[in-house]
Design a binder for this molecule. Sequence first.
Ligand code: ADP
Length: 284
Amino acid sequence: MCAQKDMLMNEMHKRPGQPATEQLSRDTTFMNAEWLASLSHELRNPLAAIKGYTTLLLRHHGQLSSEEQYELLQSIASGSDQLAYVINMLQEVADFEANLVVFHPLSIDINQLIHDVVMDMQRDNQPKGIAQRAIQISLTPLTNQSEKWLISADQILLRRLLFYLLENAHKFSPEQNPINITTMRFSPAASNTLPEYLRYDPAFLQQPLLELRIQDKGIGIPAEDLESIFERFQRVNLTLTREVNGLGLGLTLCKYIVALHHGLIWAESTLGTGSTFHVLLPAN
Ligand code: ADP
């Protein structure tokens, strides 16, 4: 999945235009020892691979077949991709928090975008990638007349949002379980399903809203963590989570992206059964 990650990362940075004026919420979580240990692990592992394979190549390059050399170079490239991914993610959080991310809303067809992101992620056939996963997409058209769900959104940022949510659904659920992606119109009558901790103006629910759901049948999230996982560096303290690489930044970035779109994001989950991430976006 690394080439796809890299492409998405590079798309966002250094975009011309005015900085977004939206004041993003900032949490004051300090980097704790556990997080620093995760960061050093995320940096040290690919670095060790790059160093190890480069040393092998330098020491034995006369004796290695071209296939062996090619394999070593592939491992070096994949380690470099991983390293770039971690560094880019840190940079991305820093850019959001310094209000440097440029917001370019355009009229986009969200259903088309979902298909494109899924296809891109499945095409990128990395060993632990999403290519073999069944992804069920159920997209409700906006009206009977139109197949399209046109919303005003920043295409690059929305691609990132989908990428992070799908990547988590993939990382935290067994390979054989499908992931469901659904879009529908959000009914104000369903406002009692929103968690109490979400802050929004009641007028928000009176406008046409698109609801996007990404549902997995994975390890699930304990109820007491459903709010905090959107804060920086927060990961659920389950043995199963600790087996999966990550820094606890993807959902923070999702929260920032949704805030720029004046939307809402939250998760519901049953431990051991699966999780659903909901995103509400203004649809006019
Ligand atoms: P990362 O995935 O890099 O750890 P995120 O900010 O994307 O960081 O997610 C924070 C934490 O929320 C994860 O570490 C995991 O504990 C939990 N989480 C996120 N998505 C899911 C999911 N689909 N299923 C189970 N747990 C999840």
